[in-house]
Each structure stands twice: as C-alpha cells, then as structure tokens.
Design a protein around this ligand. Structure first.
Ligand code: AVJ
Length: 329
C-alpha cells in the first residue's frame, strides 16, 4: 500500500495516515546528540503534530516577519510568478507544512496544474491537503510523506506535464549548513532538469530584528524549541526535565545565522535507551541553525549548484527574497 521504495509515501490511496510511514532515526540521532560534543540535533525533529502547530503559531507572531514578508511577495508578484511557471506544470513543494504559501500561486495560475507537496509531518500534511483540495478541486494534489533532505525519487511526471517546478519557500534552505545547502540544491537541480526552482530565502538585516524574530514575547518560539524534549520523552522514553532547559536564540553574525539552543540551567542526568548522559550547567543542545543570505550570495550558491539565476522578487524593505532559478535541459 505504501510506496516505501521512494523513501516517500503517497497519501492518495490511504484514508488515514498510518503512524510509521517512514521511521526517522530519532532515537539514534538523539543518542548521538547527547553523546557527541558539541550536542546538536537536526531541526527536522521539531515537527511532530504539536511542533507543526507551534510553528504555525510562530508565523503569526508580530516579531516573526519572514512568513508575512514572503506571503506579501507571493501575493504581490503572483501573476508574474504564474507567468514564469506557465500552464500544465507540476509543482513540487519541499517541506510544504500547512500548504498556505502555494495558494496565491494557484490562484494566479491558468491551465491545470499538478501539485506534489512533500512533508515529514504526515497527519498535518494529510489534513492540509484535504483542505486545499476542497478549495481547489480542479488541481490534482498528490501529497508525499517523507524526508525530502534524504535521497528521494519523485514519481514519474504525468504525460500532460510539461515541466517540473520546485517550490522551496520559508527559508528552509537556511536550516542547512552552506555545504549541505549546496549538495541539496544540486540534488534539486537534477530533479528539476528542464524546469526551475522557486526558492524563498531570508535576508541578512539588522541583528536586532533577527533576534526579536526568534525570541518572540509570547514565548511561542521557546515552546517550539522545548517541544522537541517533550517529544523525546514521549516517543523515546527519555526523561528530560523541561524546567531544567531554557530556550536560547541569538544571531551569530560571522556565520550569518541564527542559532537556537536548549541551554542547561543546572547539572542534569538524562536517561535514554538504558544509558545515562550528563549535561553541565550552561551546556547546550544545539537544535537549529537558520542561515541568512544576501541576494548576490544566494545567486552565487545557486549557480554553483548548476542553476541559472533569473528573476528576484522582494518586499519593499528587502526583508525576504524569492528567486527564480532556471534548471536548463
Ligand atoms: C522553517 C526553518 C524557516 O528558521 O525561521 C522559526 C524555523 N525556527 N522559528 C526559521 C523557525 C524558529 C524557520 N524555518
């Protein structure tokens, strides 16, 4: 029933999403995070059901400008973006989440389109896809559950599809270390051969604005960060004491990135999988990097990956950028 060989599963033939579609190595990654120095865990583990809900709430916080700015650009430039996409395209969205960002594009497209949203958070994706399908009955939507950062073979293009357009919004590329980002863009370049990539990335700006975006006054980002420990306690049987950790996010200017950590407030023993790990006061578990870009820097990176950078769209304050990157035959 599930197409495991793709490292991805289609949702179209299953009424309810099963629990274990593609097991992520959460246990072994968490053991490594605790055993290795410095302690670091992939941000993909934020996105259980609760984490996906918290992320959607982050996007509504006044300090978190990226989503609002990107949506502004998507709406303001939708008809131009739709012209770039053309008709009979297949749009593949990587890390699609709640499927909000594709809407202005679908509204502006003329000619039928195929939409393949890929996300790691299966139930959330399924629910979002059902809602989107109701709003856009004429578009064929085929959600895929999986980790798009891994090796991923997409299903064959339907015969009436002229080209495949990748959509990677939200500055999720910024979660990757630059060498990872290059490797990932090269993989997309191969997948999108003959089409293009529409890529959204956050721009370097006043560090105070960056800092506020990851330290919202309602504490939603803090809850999002800490939720990964709640998830580990529930899913892995760990015994993280949530009161012993503090959310910590700051802009590392030389590295052009926001770093999120969970900082140990007092000496800790953590039990996991029959082992005991110690963390001392002030030690951190590094949970996320969020790299920020210049327009020129991003275009250089894309060129190194084999794309041909074309149009760039931004908001008036140049907070966020959307890039059209051609992937010629
Ligand atoms: C989804 C990776 C783009 O880095 O801004 C938001 C995730 N982390 N607040 C980001 C996030 C903390 C977000 N990305």
């Amino acid at each position: 029933m599930l197409k495991q060989e793709f490292g991805c599963s289609t949702l179209t033939d299953i009424p309810f999403v099963a629990e274990t579609i593609m097991p992520e190595p959460f246990l072994s990654d968490m053991i490594h995070a605790l055993a290795d120095m410095p302690h670091a865990l992939s941000p993909k583990y934020f996105y259980d059901e609760e984490g996906s809900r918290l992320f959607d709430r982050i996007c509504e916080q006044p300090e978190y400008y990226p989503t609002r700015c990107e949506m502004w650009v998507l709406r303001a430039c939708a008809s131009d973006i739709a012209r770039h996409i053309g008709s009979h395209a297949e749009i593949v969205e990587y890390g699609a989440g709640s499927l909000h960002k594709i809407r202005p594009i679908l509204d502006a497209l003329d000619g039928p389109a195929h939409y393949l949203p890929i996300d790691i958070s299966g139930e959330h994706l399924a629910a979002s896809a059902r809602m989107l399908q109701e709003a856009y009955p004429e578009i064929s939507i085929a959600p895929l559950i999986g980790d798009y950062t891994g090796h991923l073979a997409l299903p064959e293009k339907p015969t009436n599809v002229k080209k495949r357009i990748g959509f990677f919004p939200g500055s999720t590329l910024g979660n990757m270390h630059p060498r990872e980002a290059l490797r990932f863009l090269r993989m997309l370049r191969t997948q999108l051969h003959g089409g293009a990539l529409l890529l959204g990335v956050d721009l370097i700006k006043d560090p105070a604005i960056l800092h506020a975006a990851y330290n919202d006054s309602q504490g939603v980002t803090a809850a999002f960060n800490l939720n990964v420990l709640t998830r580990a306690n529930r899913e892995l049987g760990a015994d993280f004491d949530l009161d012993a950790f503090a959310h910590c996010a700051f802009y590392n200017a030389p590295e052009h990135r926001i770093e999120m950590h969970l900082m140990c407030r007092k000496p800790q023993e953590i039990h996991l999988d029959g082992r005991c790990f110690r963390m001392s006061q002030g030690e951190t578990l590094h949970t996320e990097n969020s790299y920020k870009f210049t327009i020129g820097g991003l275009r250089t990176l894309a060129s190194e990956a084999g794309f041909v950078p074309a149009t760039v769209w931004t908001d008036p304050d140049r907070m966020f950028s959307l890039h059209w990157l051609d992937a010629p035959e």
